[in-house]
Design a protein around this ligand. Structure first.
Ligand code: TXA
Ligand code: MG
Length: 314
C-alpha cells in the first residue's frame, strides 16, 4: 500500500518493513537499529538467513560509521560512484546486527541514487538494510506496482516511479589491496579501474564469486514461467517439440525477448519485460543470446539471465 515519506519513516522506526525506490531495483527496507525490522525483512521475503543484506545510507560519513576499515579504495570509489549503483563491502562495525551480515565480519553498504529514498535516509539515523523487494529467488521489482504485486498490497511502499538502472548494484569488495566484483552490474571492472587510476591508485580489479556470501545462488531472479536462452537463428517452431519433451508440458503462448541493442536500455527493461510477459498470459519466455553477451557492459544482464533461466542455450 502506498505511503508518503513521513509514514515510511514512522513505519521503519516502528520496526516495520517498507518498500523503497532506488535507481537499481526497489528494496524492502528495515531500520538497522530495529532487530524486529531486520527480522521482518527475512520473514516477508521468505529469505534464508545466510544471504546478507545491503545497508543503505545517505552520506559517506554514515557509511564510514558502519565499518572499522574504510580504505583509500573505498573512499575513492564512494566519492566517484555514490549516490549510485555500487555496493562496497567493508569490515563491519561491532554494533551491526549480525542478521544483516549473515554472521560475516563484513557489511555491504551503498548510497542509492533516488531523491525520495535519499530524503528518507536523511531523516533516519544509522541506515536502512534493504534487499530487493521480491520473494526469495524471484524477479526483482523495478516499479511500485511490482512491489504491490509481489506482496499482494500488504507491504507499505514509497512510490518513486520506475527504476532507472533496472538491475541490482555492482557488489565490490577489497581483498589484499585488490578490488573484486562479486556481482556484476552497471559499474564494470574496467570502469572501476579507470576511476581508481584517475585518483592515482593502480589497483587490480577483477570478477570473483564471493567466498563468503553464498547469496550468489545458482538460481535467482526467476520469473513465474520458464525462461530459456536461445541462439539468434533459432525459430520456436523448430525447438518447440524438444522443449515440450524436456518440460513434459505443452506451451501455446511463447514470448520472445529481444534485448535492446544498448545495454543500459536492456537492463532497464529486463525485469519489467519478464513480469509483463507473465501478466500478458505467456507461458514461456525465449530470450535470444545476443552476440555482445560476453562484452563487459552486458555482464550484469547476462549474469541475471543465466541465473533466471530454466534451461540454457539449446
Ligand atoms: O541494487 C541493489 O543492490 C538492491 C537495492 C535495493 O539496493 N539490493 C539488492 O539486495 O540487490 P539483495 O539482497 O538482493 O542482494 C544483496 C547481495 C547478497 O546476496 C550478496 O551477494 C551481496 O549483496 N552482499 C551483501 N553483503 C555482503 C557481504 N558482507 N559480503 C559479500 N557480499 C555481500
Ligand atoms: Mg535480490
Amino acid at each position: 500500500m502506498k505511503v508518503d515519506l513521513n509514514q515510511a519513516r514512522a513505519a521503519l522506526l516502528n520496526g516495520e518493513v517498507v518498500g523503497i525506490p532506488t535507481e537499481t531495483v526497489y528494496g524492502l527496507g528495515g531500520w538497522i537499529e530495529s532487530a524486529q525490522g531486520i527480522q521482518k525483512i527475512f520473514s516477508t521475503k521468505e529469505r534464508p538467513f545466510f544471504d546478507p543484506l545491503i545497508v543503505h545510507v545517505d552520506t559517506i560519513k554514515k557509511a564510514q560509521e558502519l565499518t572499522t576499515q574504510w580504505t583509500k579504495i573505498h573512499e575513492v570509489l564512494a566519492q566517484a560512484c555514490w549516490p549510485g549503483p555500487l555496493t562496497l563491502i567493508a569490515k563491519k562495525a561491532p554494533h551491526i546486527d549480525s542478521y544483516i551480515t549473515s554472521g560475516l565480519d563484513s557489511v555491504g553498504i551503498r548510497i542509492p541514487n533516488h531523491p525520495l529514498t535519499l530524503q528518507l535516509l536523511s531523516v533516519i539515523s544509522g541506515g536502512v538494510a534493504a534487499p530487493s523487494a521480491n520473494k526469495f529467488k524471484k524477479t526483482s521489482p523495478t516499479s511500485f506496482e511490482h512491489v504491490e504485486d509481489e506482496f499482494s498490497g500488504e507491504v507499505k511502499v514509497l512510490d518513486g516511479g520506475p527504476s532507472d538502472i533496472g538491475i541490482e548494484s555492482t557488489v565490490a569488495g577489497v581483498e589484499d589491496g585488490k578490488v573484486l566484483i562479486y556481482r556484476p552490474g552497471f559499474y564494470t571492472a574496467g570502469k572501476l579501474k579507470e576511476i581508481l587510476s584517475q585518483h592515482g591508485l593502480n589497483v587490480e580489479v577483477g570478477y570473483a564469486e564471493s567466498p563468503v556470501a553464498p547469496g550468489q545462488l545458482k538460481h535467482h531472479y526467476m520469473p513465474k514461467i520458464p525462461l530459456i536462452i536461445i541462439s539468434p537463428e533459432m525459430q520456436w517452431e523448430e525447438i518447440q517439440t524438444k522443449i515440450e519433451l524436456q518440460f513434459n508440458k505443452k506451451f501455446t503462448n511463447p514470448a520472445l525477448w529481444i534485448q535492446p541493442t544498448n545495454p543500459l536500455s536492456a537492463s532497464r527493461e529486463l525485469y519489467q519485460s519478464m513480469r509483463s510477459f507473465v501478466d500478458l498470459g505467456h507461458d514461456i519466455i525465449l530470450c535470444v543470446r545476443n552476440k555482445e553477451f560476453h562484452e563487459e557492459d552486458w555482464k550484469g544482464i547476462w549474469n541475471r539471465l543465466d541465473k533466471a533461466k530454466t534451461l540454457g542455450l539449446i
